[in-house]
Design a protein around this ligand. Structure first.
Ligand SMILES: C[S@@+](CC[C@H](N)C(=O)[O-])C[C@H]1O[C@@H](n2cnc3c(N)ncnc32)[C@H](O)[C@@H]1O
Length: 141
């Protein structure tokens, strides 16, 4: 089976099961909304209390108000999604990447290791893929 068909099959909710989606750096729940609309149960993790309140307002799923790090204990889940903070990677900033204390990728990787999901997905800015234009001397805009 080709990769896109495999992912489609894994992501299709079963008739009697509600697969659990862990939504890291959940914000107001925009990334999770489509999963919930397709029959998944979502559980958000977000450090900002107002974002969490919006998440609970926008979705049926709960939102855990927590500042994530690699020590956080995640439950098992079928799917892990997240949009870690983009500031460490954005070309609008200094692109300190893994040297930036806001880098959320270690916590995301820890969640994937613990939850052992069938599928994981993260979104971020394209600056994740190349060096800062100010540092490299090239204009990537
Ligand atoms: C790019 S936004 C996520 C947007 C979200 N996916 C959505 O669709 O609405 C990143 C979010 O991560 C949260 N955040 C940043 N660092 C965090 C941390 N260590 N633990 C938990 N949440 C964090 C921020 O408060 C922010 O709401």
């Amino acid at each position: 089976m080709k990769y896109p068909q495999t992912v489609d099959q894994l992501l299709r909710p079963k008739a009697h099961a509600k697969p659990l989606v862990l939504d890291l750096f959940a914000g107001c729940g925009g990334l999770a909304l489509g999963f919930e609309a397709q029959g998944f149960e979502t559980l958000g993790f977000e450090m900002d209390v107002d974002c969490c309140a919006s998440y609970r307002h926008n979705l049926h799923g709960d939102c855990v108000n927590v500042k994530l790090d690699t020590n956080y204990q995640f439950p098992k889940a079928q799917v892990v999604i997240g949009g870690p903070p983009c500031q460490p990677f954005s070309v609008g900033g200094y692109q300190n990447g893994i040297r930036d204390a806001r880098d959320g990728f270690p916590a995301f990787v820890s969640a994937v290791e613990q939850a052992q999901p069938d599928v994981w997905l993260f979104e971020n800015v394209r600056g994740l893929m190349y060096r800062n234009k100010r540092l490299s001397g090239r204009d990537h805009s």
